[in-house]
Ligand binder design. Structure first.
Ligand code: FAD
Length: 386
């Protein structure tokens, strides 16, 4: 580590993407002589969230998982589908544990420095980029920046977009109400009939679960609405009004085809949500953060462009699916029911991971067939925003 404030790489933001990227640098011998600074403004609230993802076989985070499941249920007014997660286990961990786990490893290594400071701006200066912090300036050859600024949030609205907005409670019930071995992937039985909205249940113990009410729609709702739906769900499907709230989480995740990669420059690569690492049609980004961090390291080694550009085929499909949900928001329940009922869970998860072959992609599209897809597809031929 150099004594001054000049580094090979600076990672702005020690959140999910910044720490995944740091973890990759840490485990790759090629970078053992590189100096890396992580700057984070810190979060005084120390809020804990739960991050979920699916993964085939063992993974890097198995020692810190809160729980994992090999089966789950999908419910809708049209019926129940039992989903088989044995090929891709559904895994959940606490964001706090994840961050502590990675930071602990980083702190043991002299190559890394972690600083609490708020980054105000960045500018190019000769062969370096200067990061202007609240406390001081920092210099590097290349910056990875996970800040999502308000300008971008405004620009997203000119593209096909929805928000995934939700409130979740970790509840402890007075009796054993949950099956720890199975989770609820999506439940549409209680929802606003004009929207794509569902409940999601992750049992951690027989009497403790995270239960979330989620919308895929443009505008956030009043806090009371999500909360009333959670209470209603617990009453109706777990027959309980007697529970304690151990913790809560809330989020608004952009689901959009905004071309985030165009916000990167030669020396500043946007990462995480700000780099377009959230899958537009699902709102998940944990797996992408891991996958794209590896990709960035590979690209550095082979001298390639560091931006993660969406794959054309999946970008097109995400745009259509988001377009249908955006224009016919109430149709979400039917679309997801058809997809999940008519395809194996393995095939769907591979598709959402963007790892399907062309034949499987076609089969999935046909399984969701509806006039709305055709209408939106035709519109996509002459309009960018659906
Ligand atoms: C409650 C919640 C639950 C979620 N659950 C899931 C899930 O289950 N599965 C999934 O795949 N995705 C989930 N997501 C979506 C996504 O994975 C997260 O939003 C993820 O945190 C995005 O990573 P990121 O690095 O882009 O942003 P963040 O993790 O938010 O990291 C950004 C970091 O930058 C720092 N920062 C910001 N501005 C500055 C500045 N000016 N100077 C210095 N530092 C700064 C912040 O302090 C923060 O630590 C969830 C999101 C939320 C909000």
């Amino acid at each position: 580590m150099k004594a001054n404030s000049k580094f090979d790489y600076i990672i702005v933001g020690g959140g999910l993407s910044g720490l995944h990227l740091s973890y990759c640098f840490l485990n790759d011998k090629y970078f053992k002589d590189y100096s890396i600074l992580i700057i984070d403004k810190g979060n005084p609230k120390k809020q804990d969230n739960y991050f979920s993802f699916w993964e085939s076989g063992a993974g890097n985070w198995d020692t810190i998982l809160k729980n994992k499941w090999d089966k789950g249920d999908f419910f809708s007014s049209k019926g129940k589908v039992e989903m088989d997660f044995s090929d891709y286990n559904y895994k959940t961990l606490s964001s706090y544990k994840f961050k502590e786990h990675v930071k602990k490893k980083i702190k043991k290594n002299k190559q890394f420095k972690f600083i609490n400071d708020t980054v105000l701006k960045m500018r190019k200066e000769k062969n370096n980029v200067v990061v202007i912090g609240n406390k001081r300036n920092y210099y590097a050859k290349h910056i990875f920046d996970s800040r999502l600024n308000n300008k971008t949030i405004k620009k997203i609205k000119n593209y096909t977009f929805l928000n995934q907005h939700f409130i979740g409670w970790v509840v402890k019930t007075n009796k054993k109400k949950f099956n720890k071995k199975s989770f609820v992937f999506m439940d549409y039985r209680i929802r606003d009939k004009n929207s794509t909205a569902f409940t999601y249940v992750l049992p951690f113990k027989k009497d403790v679960a995270l239960i979330e009410h989620t919308y895929f729609s443009k505008d956030e709702c009043d806090k009371e609405l999500y909360e009333a739906n959670i209470k209603n769900y617990l009453k109706k499907y777990y027959n309980t009004t007697d529970f304690k709230i151990l913790g809560s989480e809330a989020g608004v995740i952009p689901m959009t085809t905004y071309p985030f990669h165009k916000d990167s420059t030669k020396n500043i690569t946007k990462i995480g949500t700000a780099g377009g690492w959230v899958k537009p049609s699902t709102g998940y980004s944990f797996t992408n953060c891991e996958k794209f961090s590896f990709k960035i390291l590979e690209n550095i080694k082979s001298g390639k462009d560091l931006r993660i550009v969406p794959k054309k085929r999946y970008f097109f499909l995400d745009n259509i699916l988001l377009g249908v949900l955006s224009k016919y928001n109430y149709r979400g329940e039917t679309i997801f029911y058809r997809m999940i009922k008519r395809n194996s869970t393995k095939k769907i998860l591979r598709f959402l991971n963007e790892e399907s072959n062309l034949l499987d992609i076609i089969k999935i599209i046909i399984s969701m067939r509806s006039i709305y897809f055709i209408k939106v597809f035709i519109k996509s031929l002459y309009k960018r925003t659906l």
